[in-house]
Ligand binder design. Structure first.
Ligand code: ZN
Length: 326
């Protein structure tokens, strides 16, 4: 299925121009300096940098504070000027703005794992091979489900994952997909986990849709259980993964209007599992999301809609961003 890319509108950058706090006039300064010079300026050096004509009003004098701060600094300062002048800059240039606070998202990495692979059904012998998930051995991967009309779960997961990547990259996050129609099958579930681990991802989300009987509807998030065995040890990720999952659940409900699954999770939209290699082998905060039931006609109508998938991606992204402090 072609990728219907609907990039989100760019974030409105909040650019607040630096407030001009100085409107010192030459004449006023001259008087002020004359008055202050014998006494108060003992502890201050007032340097008037203005030399050009015409722009004087807009440019403050530069006050250089000596090593020892005066106790009467405020009184010695002309008008109500702050003690620190603007940074040095070209005489005619605008005041330099402060560098913006570092975004909490800066330098963070999200790994998105599109569940299954559209080629898996052609490679059943390879994907049926068992891999070690620490607590057990399990098939490398599965084909996933389809809607009754044949829309594959693997198509759905890749499409939502790409949309999700677009939204997250627009937020400045580094995004890695575990695959993107660039391999004939897989990756195996242990490799999917390893990709998140080796990226030292700050959050990992595996995207799926369920395949249960008609009438079962809604989304649910799968959280890692506390497991230990072989290479599996989820003790450190259970807590943060729950936080990540709860944030995704609430945001997904908001953006899509979908309800938590009516067939498991007791209406919370959250389920804890200990049998998924992709969770058991993860060392990074990770959840799965089952976005809906492909075998239910009403859910399928949503899952096959590009507009709905964009909402789904937005909700997942908002949950991730909230988890990362953005
Ligand atoms: Zn799946």
């Amino acid at each position: 299925m072609p990728y219907d890319d609907s990039p989100p509108s760019p974030e409105s950058a909040s650019s607040v121009s630096p407030e001009r706090r100085w409107f010192a006039r030459r004449s006023g300064l001259a008087v002020g300096a004359a008055v202050l010079a014998p006494t108060a300026l003992a502890g201050w050096v007032l340097v008037q940098v203005t030399t050009g004509a015409g722009a004087d009003d807009a440019r403050p004098p530069r006050i250089v504070m000596p090593a020892a701060s005066p106790t009467d600094g405020a009184a010695a300062t002309p008008s109500s000027a702050p003690a620190e002048g603007p940074a040095e800059g070209p005489a005619e240039g605008p005041a330099k703005s402060q560098s913006p606070a570092k975004s909490p998202l800066a330098g963070k990495t999200v790994v998105i794992d599109p569940g299954h692979n559209t080629g898996n059904f052609k490679h059943t012998s390879e994907i049926d091979k068992k891999v070690d998930i620490g607590t057990n051995r399990k098939e490398c991967d599965t084909t996933g489900t389809t809607t009754n009309s044949g829309y594959m779960e693997a198509e759905f997961t890749l499409d939502v994952s790409r949309r999700l990547r677009t939204v997250l990259e627009a937020k400045g996050l580094k995004v890695v997909l575990t695959h993107q129609a660039d391999r004939p099958f897989g990756p195996c579930i242990d490799e999917r986990a390893r990709i998140g681990n080796e990226a030292t991802a700050d959050a990992v989300v595996s995207v799926h849709a369920d395949g249960v009987s008609e009438g079962n509807r809604g989304y649910h998030i799968i959280l890692p259980a506390k497991v230990k065995g072989g290479a599996a040890d989820t003790a450190k990720i259970v807590g943060p993964s729950r936080d990540l999952g709860e944030r995704i659940a609430s945001n997904f409900a908001r953006t899509t209007g979908s309800a938590p699954a009516n067939y498991l999770g007791s209406g919370t939209g959250l389920v804890v599992r200990d049998d998924l290699g992709g969770l058991n082998l993860s060392t990074q905060p990770k959840v799965f999301i089952e976005c809906g039931n492909m075998r239910d006609a009403k859910d399928a109508a949503l899952l096959t809609s590009p507009e709905w998938r964009q909402k789904a991606a937005q909700g997942i992204a908002d949950g991730i961003v909230g988890f990362l402090g953005g």
